[in-house]
Design a protein around this ligand. Structure first.
Ligand SMILES: Nc1ncnc2c1ncn2[C@@H]1O[C@H](COP(=O)(O)OP(=O)(O)OP(=O)(O)O)[C@@H](O)[C@H]1O
Length: 297
């Protein structure tokens, strides 16, 4: 339905392209776009949302060029940018009515929909307050509500759960999961748990390039047999970190429990663990788990 083909974006004055010859074909379902800060996620989402023009490559929506003719995609789109701004003097209802009018949603339909959406994002109690008095998390929820105003076919959300409390995160994640049954949902994050339970499709972006794409199970297979747990004394932690990619570290009364990536048993007594998505993501971002040479070797 939405097809990014060999898309490149170069910003002026930058040696490296922010997005580099990237192809991503999206059909209904939730695609989680994972990548570290600066990987190019926001740029890619802005291109997919027709906010930024690619330097090279094309975006096709239902087979038609959405760079040359963005209107059909824009009409079908709900987009939450990372830096979503509001008018601070408007109330939630006024602001959503304004956006609905801008999107061409008929007035009567908009009224009913706005009340449903405010309930959906749990803001019914705050509708009479100006948005300038909202907390960061509440503003994020307004951003989420506006995504759904015109019943979009394509939903593009950039780090949507930033600033939400844990309960709201889960609510929103599940909501996107439900919406993805019939829609293209593209969600960017650098937090693996944001997409772990809901994304059937995960794309990992590093330095503007698509590093991997697959189902969570496919990504897990890339680190099968390469995740280990060791218990070490606190003084040994820096040496372990220098040699291996460490995915978790917990201090316990017995010592420091370290979860790390290694192609073979790293230390005598190290126990193998079933990999999780965080391990697979780290291996993709930091390269395959080859042990680095110990210091002085
Ligand atoms: N308007 C711009 N002008 C110049 N460089 C930019 C611009 N926007 C982004 N960049 C650069 O392009 C690269 C990719 O940035 P982008 O914001 O797309 O990454 P990201 O993965 O979304 O990162 P984050 O998670 O920090 O938002 C970075 O090196 C960034 O500094």
């Amino acid at each position: 339905m939405l097809d990014l083909r060999a898309v490149t974006k170069r910003y002026k004055g930058r040696a490296q392209p922010a997005v580099d010859d990237l192809t991503l074909r999206l059909t209904p379902g939730l695609c989680g776009l994972l990548g570290p800060n600066g990987a190019g996620k926001s740029t890619l989402l802005r291109i997919a949302a027709t906010v930024t023009r690619p330097t090279a490559g094309t975006v096709l929506f239902h087979g038609a060029d959405a760079v040359a003719g963005p209107q059909p995609l824009r009409r079908a789109l709900g987009y939450l940018p990372q830096d979503f701004g509001v008018y601070p003097n408007l109330t939630a209802r006024e602001f959503l009515r304004y956006l609905a009018a801008a999107k061409g949603v008929p007035r009567a339909a908009a009224r009913a929909r706005i009340d449903d959406l405010l309930e959906l994002v749990n803001l019914t109690d705050a509708v009479k307050r100006p948005l300038g008095t909202y907390s960061g998390g509440m503003l994020r929820r307004i951003g989420i509500a506006q995504v759904l105003l015109a019943d979009p076919q394509v939903i593009i959300v950039d780090e949507p759960t930033a600033g939400l409390d844990p309960e709201e995160r889960v609510r929103f994640r599940n909501l996107l999961g439900e919406l993805a049954a019939e829609r293209v949902v593209l969600l960017s994050t650098h937090i693996v748990s944001d997409v772990e339970s809901v994304a059937s499709d995960i794309a990992v972006l590093t330095a503007g390039r698509l590093r991997a794409r697959g189902t969570p199970e496919e990504l897990l297979r890339t680190v099968a047999g390469q995740v280990w747990e060791v218990l070490v004394d606190p003084a040994s932690v820096p040496a372990v970190q220098a040699r291996y990619t460490v995915s978790r570290l917990a201090r316990t009364p017995e010592g420091v429990r370290i979860r790390l990536l290694s192609p073979h048993q790293p230390y005598e007594g190290a126990a193998p663990l079933p990999p999780d998505l965080e391990d697979a993501y780290l291996a993709l971002v930091h390269g395959p788990p080859t042990a680095r040479a110990p210091e002085g070797a």
